[in-house]
Design a protein around this ligand. Structure first.
Ligand code: OAD
Length: 264
């Protein structure tokens, strides 16, 4: 049961947005970054989360970089949207929710049917030309093929490099593609960030779902919302950096709590 004040707040809100992190995909089988079996526990972010860190690792331990790429993509590739993703898509369909602002790159909001998804950290299926900015989407099979080739190339830096240059082919303009994800130390897409900042100030209610709230600038969005008078409902099994400014903290799993809002 949702607390009465939460039900009243949700019913009264005319415009709602959601800010999501890795926790919303946890019930789809994708480990969070900072959880016990998280990617950043096995692969320290100071070595694996930045482009320079990865290049350095590639020089000294190329097979570890291959292992990281395989572990990064494997679970999201197999994942399906869960009831939390579907609940947000349904809220949008009924006209209550105007946007999902996500830090996730797994594409699960879109696959659940959400239309207005602002991706702050990019998308794991998308490549971007570094010269002209053109996008190219990779199919699931294409990524699986790439991971298989990388696995087979282990033990030889040259072979790994050949696979990588095969993936990041040249664009028509002559530029080279790269993955369209934000690495540590890189700027977020400014138009997406500005739009997210505008939305969290404009809505009456912001759901903050499944994020530790420690990675900036994305983590500033709940504070920007709070300053603008937007009410915040946080959903997370454990308290996060956002909990102290949340108007309501609903402790638990997103897939169990969010669908309840569809029946109030
Ligand atoms: P984290 O791994 O830091 O935090 C995940 C949060 O989800 C934690 O607070 C968990 O308690 C919570 N959680 C776990 N299971 C949940 C569930 N079933 N329902 C709801 N919440 C649950 O992930 P993010 O906050 O998304 O950035 O991390 C932010 C950024 O750090 C990521 O986008 C990524 C990472 O480095 C980049 O790669 C640029």
């Amino acid at each position: 049961m949702l607390p009465d004040e939460v039900v009243t707040l949700y019913r009264r809100a005319k415009r709602v947005a959601a800010f999501t992190g890795a926790g919303i995909s946890e019930e789809s089988g994708i480990p969070t970054f900072r959880g016990d079996s998280g990617l950043w526990v096995k692969y320290p972010p100071e070595k694996f989360a930045s482009v320079t860190g990865l290049l350095r690792m590639f020089i000294t331990q190329p097979d570890r970089v291959v292992d990281f790429a395989i572990d990064f993509y494997r679970m999201p590739l197999m994942a399906e949207p869960n009831p939390a993703h579907y609940a947000l898509a349904e809220m949008e369909r009924t006209g209550k929710l105007i946007a999902v602002i996500t830090q996730n790159v797994d594409n699960l909001h879109q696959r659940a049917g959400s239309k207005n998804v602002l991706e702050l950290h990019g998308n794991m299926y998308r490549l971007r030309c570094m010269r002209c900015g053109k996008h190219r989407y990779m199919a699931k099979d294409e990524i699986e093929g790439m991971l298989n080739r990388l696995q087979q190339a282990k033990g030889s830096r040259i072979r790994i490099l050949r696979v990588v240059t095969g993936i990041f082919k040249r664009c028509e303009c002559g530029g080279r593609y790269r993955v369209d994800m934000v690495f540590f130390g890189e700027p977020l897409p400014q138009d997406v960030l500005f739009e997210a900042e505008r939305i969290v100030q404009e809505v009456d209610l912001l759901f903050v779902i499944g994020t530790s709230g420690v990675v900036y600038p994305a983590a500033s969005l709940p504070y920007i919302a709070k300053d603008a008078g937007t009410k915040i409902i946080e959903i997370n099994p454990v308290a996060s950096a956002v909990t102290q400014i949340a108007d309501h903290f609903l402790q638990g799993k997103a897939g169990e709590i969010l669908p309840k809002f569809l029946h109030v």
